[in-house]
Design a protein around this ligand. Sequence first.
Ligand code: C2R
Length: 171
Amino acid sequence: MTNSRSDLDKPLVGILTGSPNDLGVVEKAQEQLAALGIKSELLVLSAHRTPERVTEYVKSAPKRGIEVFIACAGMAAHLAGAVAAQTLLPVIGVPLASASGGMGGLDALLATVQMPPGIPVATVAVDGAKNAAYLAARILAAGRPAITERLAADFADQQRKYDSPDKPRVR
Ligand code: C2R
C-alpha cells in the first residue's frame, strides 16, 4: 500500500444485491459513493438463486481493483455471509426490508449480523445503504487523502445543517 493512491478513476466498491426489486434502496449506496467521488459497480446476484455467479464475481473482482464489497439482501439474507466466506476483503452487509414481504427487515438483520467468528460482516441498519457507502469510504480513505477531504467536507456540512446553537428552543 502506498501513502497516497490516486486510483479513483476505476470502481473500488462492488455492490451486490439479491433481487432487482431491491434496487430502489440499494442504488442509494452507489449514489452516496459517487457523491464522495468513489466509483462502484452494482450487480444483482443471489447466494440462493445464482450461487456460482456470486463465487465467480467475488473471486474476480479484486483483480479488477475492487477493495470493498457491499452486499444487500432481504428476508433470509445469506448474500453478505456468502461473500465474506469467499474473500479476505472487507464486506459490509445491508439488511433490507424486502418489498416481497418478510418481517420488515428484522429477518434480514439477524441473518446478516449473526456471522460465525472469523467470517465478519460489518452490518449497517435495515435499509442502511447510505451508511454502507460512508463506511466503505472510510475504509478506502486509508492512503487516499482525496477521500478523507471529501468525507471531512461532508462531515462539516452535516454539522452546519444539524447544529443550531443560535436558535435555542425556549418553552
Ligand atoms: P424477490 O423480490 O426477487 O422475490 O426477492 C432479495 O434480496 C429480496 O429482498 C425477495 C428477497 O430475497 C432476497 N434474496 C436474498 C438472497 N437472494 C435474494 N436474501 C441471498 O442470496 O441471500
